[in-house]
Ligand binder design. Structure first.
Ligand code: COA
Ligand code: ZN
Length: 322
């Protein structure tokens, strides 16, 4: 009798625990990389660190802090080694974007514990972005995964142009599924599907992410949306409904790829956090402090990028505080 009751209590606790886990989300702020790579002005290492610190102060636990790419191709990301060297120690998750093995070696030498390697769902984007074919980028990723396993470094594989390419048009979702399966099998810690140019619609997102979650479970999947056509939040919603629990977003909606015409900023972190928290999810992020980080992003870059939450939240938060 007592045993049965204990088992019943355990079942209820397990269900509550599952529900709690299901409401937990991880946001990776990619503003210090995706955001800053595409600005007219170039920030100093100190300014980049200031921005990262403000984002971290809001409770964002995962931040993409820069990239190890050719400084000729993306001058704003030169000095990412100095950024990494000056990050405060602690248990925040920092990752850096890499385009190839050279980037991996530079990231490792700079002490990176996590790298985000870019894969391609279209030939033209691979060529324009990194002067490789899809197969060459795949091969480089397989080699990076082998080295990273030996080095104890996390590898996130981001599949760019996962919905549409500015040069080749619509992406075949089968290509993305095959690539995701291959690289998870090869040991990628996570696969992120990226709508690099902000061309996806929620129906496409729902269908692809539901298939991926059914195949792999949500734990090793993430999504990365740009807000070019104001569908960023709708796409986040579609993905969250499919079970995705990790999202990239960018403080103040900064962002865009210099090599993908028409790509504008990422969906703004403050918009994503506001929506998901209102829906009952737990991001662990303090919106008030996030808005301060967004103000800083605006001040440092001199641009007033996307994001709708700030204009609405600021007076509301001020009233609540007063
Ligand atoms: N970081 C820094 N330098 C790199 C590098 C890296 N990851 N990979 C290559 N290089 C250097 C090479 O050492 C070489 O230097 P050198 O001219 O002094 O000899 C030079 O870049 C050219 O190398 P090569 O292998 O011929 O590359 P490429 O000219 O075909 O350019 C990339 C390829 C990947 C280096 C370049 O296109 C790039 O960095 N793109 C970045 C794309 C990006 O960040 N996009 C936005 C995010 S998705
Ligand atoms: Zn992006």
């Amino acid at each position: 009798m007592v045993g049965r009751r204990i088992r019943a209590c355990q079942t209820v606790l397990d269900a509550m625990n599952r529900e709690h886990m299901d409401k937990q989300l991880v946001i990776t702020d990619v503003g210090p990389r995706d955001g800053l790579q595409n600005q007219p002005g170039i920030l100093s290492v100190e300014q980049r660190l200031q921005l990262i610190a403000a984002i971290a102060a809001a409770g964002v636990s995962s931040i993409e802090v820069g990239s190890f790419v050719s400084p000729k191709a993306v001058p704003a990301m030169a000095g990412t080694d100095a950024v990494l060297a000056s990050l405060p120690a602690g248990d925040l998750h920092y990752t850096v974007l890499i385009p190839n093995m050279r980037g991996y070696e530079l990231a490792r030498a700079a002490g990176a514990r996590s790298v985000t390697m870019v894969l391609y769902a279209s030939e033209s984007m691979a060529r324009k972005n990194v002067n490789m074919s899809i197969a060459e980028a795949d091969e480089a990723t397989a080699a990076i995964l082998a080295s990273a396993a030996a080095d104890g470094i996390e590898v996130i594989a981001t599949i760019s142009v996962a919905f549409a390419c500015p040069f080749d048009g619509a992406t075949d979702p089968g290509v993305v599924r095959t690539s995701a399966a291959r690289f998870l099998e090869l040991g990628a810690d996570r696969v992120v599907v990226a709508d690099t140019i902000g061309a996806a619609n929620p129906q496409q997102v729902r269908s692809l992410t539901a298939e991926l979650v059914a195949e792999h479970g949500p734990g090793q999947l993430g999504c990365h949306f740009h807000d070019t056509r104001a569908m960023g939040l709708a796409n986040v919603y579609a993905a969250v409904e499919s079970g995705i629990r990790r999202f990239d977003s960018s403080i103040g909606g900064l962002g865009g790829c210099p090599f993908a015409p028409g790509a504008s900023g990422n969906v703004a972190t403050e918009d994503v956090v506001m929506m998901l928290e209102q829906m009952g999810f737990d991001t662990g992020i303090d919106l008030d402090a996030l808005l301060r980080a967004s103000d800083l992003a605006e001040e440092l870059t001199g641009t007033a990028p996307g994001g709708r939450a700030k204009a609405w939240l600021k007076p509301w938060l001020a009233k609540r505080a007063g």
